[in-house]
Design a protein around this ligand. Structure first.
Ligand code: NAP
Length: 111
């Protein structure tokens, strides 16, 4: 994607709230070092990897929290620890399914 100048965006930056992400032990432990929530750690992790995040919340305090991620930085060890949580596959679509890839290739973004 970098090669083609494509900026990735998180489909759901909090995994749509799955996997107990807001109380996840690794994200919570890392957040405690910086006085941040697991949610803020998740957002910062994505942003630091160059992934655009559009977190959704209907709560004002959470919206404020989700924007308050610029006054701390994750260490290399933090990044590695979070990276190790990767499930190795998407939970939404199967990118290895030829039919899915074919469908994506049929989209026309512009002339
Ligand atoms: N996921 C998709 O399939 C999809 C597709 C197209 C577009 N989008 C867009 O992408 C954006 C994000 O997707 P998404 O809403 O599916 O998933 P998401 O942002 O990963 O997760 C949203 C969930 O996180 C909760 N939340 C947000 N901030 C929180 C915080 N600081 N602490 C605790 N809980 C928090 C929200 O609850 P509360 O609202 O109750 O706070 C909601 O249940 C949305 O704007 C959506 O419209 C998503």
């Amino acid at each position: 994607m970098k090669h083609y100048g494509v900026v990735p965006e998180a489909w759901g930056p909090f995994a749509e709230g799955n996997h107990g992400i807001f109380t996840h032990p690794v994200l919570t432990k890392i957040g405690e070092k910086y006085g941040k929530s697991a949610a803020q750690v998740a957002l910062r992790w994505n942003v630091d990897r160059g992934v655009v995040v559009i977190p959704k919340s209907v709560h004002k305090d959470r919206m404020e929290q989700n924007m308050d991620i610029w006054d701390f930085a994750l260490s290399e060890d933090d990044m590695k620890e979070i990276e190790a949580l990767d499930l190795g596959h998407s939970e939404i679509v199967n990118h290895y399914d030829p039919a899915f890839v074919q469908m994506i290739h049929s989209f026309k973004v512009h002339d």
